[in-house]
Design a protein around this ligand. Structure first.
Ligand code: ADP
Ligand code: MG
Length: 382
């Protein structure tokens, strides 16, 4: 087994991050704690990560000058956003280590290449059809209906998805998506959903975080419970499948793998080439959180322990609970009164329905107690 011979990048080196959202912001925090500096590239002047980075390059992800500056001033580069152009990553990789690779990101950013990759790797996925033109939509005899039409590129948080009962509805939805390439996926009756976040280092060592159990509202993650409840066989199998995904990609970095559990069987839903929302519980409940693992993987360091020291329940805070008045915030007192609740607000200026503004995590020795307290606070905030 050939081991990649790359020098370890130690603090206070400058690290480069593509994307300035909340994932990038947590990365900056983790890197700063370890003594690294960070340059963030993001086109938004007010991006959550850009605001706290050492250097913010405010430019588009395909701006050659900006990419050159990143390559010339940073010792390694990673991404928090799967929709950065894979070509930008390839360009950066000519000069500096880019982890994860352009190849891994290219697969994860396109639902067709993602599904084909998973299928060829022998991983179970939901039945699907690739839709390039309206003629590709199966007729009503097909047992794919009811189905979900998903645009192949740039979808997130349930955006770019339409639930369709038949060919006619699929045609309407396809037209609404301006005939962009799509996948049509069978609508499954889910028992529940889980995810696995793992890190894989330059040497190929893997550290897997405990499987979390996720519930979604309107296609957006709402609550994650970690470890997942009473489903040890499923949790263990999910970790094995996630590791298989990482190995087949020859992946370096942090990887999130979402699963459906359907009739007691695991299906891979999608993969994220970056830390994952369902891994936010690791910030408060694990020895090493997913963002520190991201720093470690990209710098060539060995991974930290991903051992979980407390049960945890994470609740997303969406813009929906913000008051209409632009200057006011929800009443946080109820949340902050709980001494086992860790609040994380992302510093986004504009609240919008469905926009992830923050999250909180309740930790406890007892998972049931953490669930109870988190649900109480969630109910009072909504
Ligand atoms: P996104 O990129 O927006 O996260 P996903 O494909 O993960 O897109 O879909 C978001 C959520 O919608 C899933 O977590 C799941 O709750 C639901 N969903 C997606 N596809 C299916 C399906 N084929 N059957 C049932 N539910 C689905
Ligand atoms: Mg998803």
């Amino acid at each position: 087994h050939h081991q990649e011979q790359t020098p370890v990048i130690l603090p206070p080196a400058m690290l480069g991050m593509l994307g300035g959202g909340q994932l990038g912001r947590f990365f900056v925090v983790a890197a700063h704690e370890m003594g690294y500096k960070v340059t963030v590239l993001d086109p938004d002047a007010n991006s959550p990560a850009g605001k706290i980075a050492d250097v913010h390059i405010c430019a588009a992800f395909d701006d050659k000058g900006a990419l050159l500056k990143l390559a010339n001033t940073c010792e390694a580069i990673s991404t928090e956003f799967e929709n950065v152009p894979a070509d930008s990553l390839s360009f950066l990789a000519e000069t500096k280590p880019v982890r994860p690779s352009a190849y891994s990101v290219a697969i994860a950013q396109h639902r067709v290449s993602e599904k084909n990759f998973l299928k060829h790797a022998g991983l179970p996925v939901a039945p699907f059809e690739v839709i390039n033109e309206v003629e590709d939509l199966p007729n009503d005899d097909s047992d794919i209906y009811p189905a979900i039409l998903k645009v192949a590129r740039f979808g997130y948080d349930g955006k770019g998805q339409a639930r369709v009962k038949n060919q006619h509805e699929a045609q309407t939805a396809f037209a609404q998506f301006e005939r962009e390439e799509c996948v049509l996926e069978k609508m499954l009756k889910l028992d529940y959903e889980v995810s696995v976040v793992l890190a894989r280092d330059v040497q190929g060592n893997v550290a897997t975080f405990p499987t979390s159990e996720n519930s979604h509202l309107n296609g957006i993650l709402d609550v994650s419970i970690a470890p997942a409840r009473g489903r040890d066989a499923i949790s263990h199998q999910a970790q094995k499948l996630a590791i298989l995904v990482a190995e087949k990609l020859a992946y370096t970095g942090v990887l999130g793998v979402e699963f459906f559990v359907c009739n007691g069987e695991l299906l891979v839903n999608e993969i994220a080439p970056r830390p994952h929302n369902s891994g936010h519980y690791t910030i408060d409940a694990c020895v090493t959180n997913q963002f520190e693992q991201q720093v470690r993987a990209m710098t060539g360091l060995p991974l930290g322990s991903s051992r979980q020291h407390s049960s945890a329940v994470m609740v997303n805070l969406l813009g929906d609970i913000w008051p209409e008045d632009a200057d006011s915030a929800p009443e946080w007192q109820v949340a902050l009164n709980n001494p086992m609740l860790k609040m994380h607000l992302y510093g986004k200026q504009q609240a919008r329905a469905g926009r992830k503004m923050g999250h909180f995590t309740v930790i406890n020795v007892s998972r049931d107690e953490a669930i109870k307290q988190a649900m109480q606070v969630r109910a009072e905030l909504k």
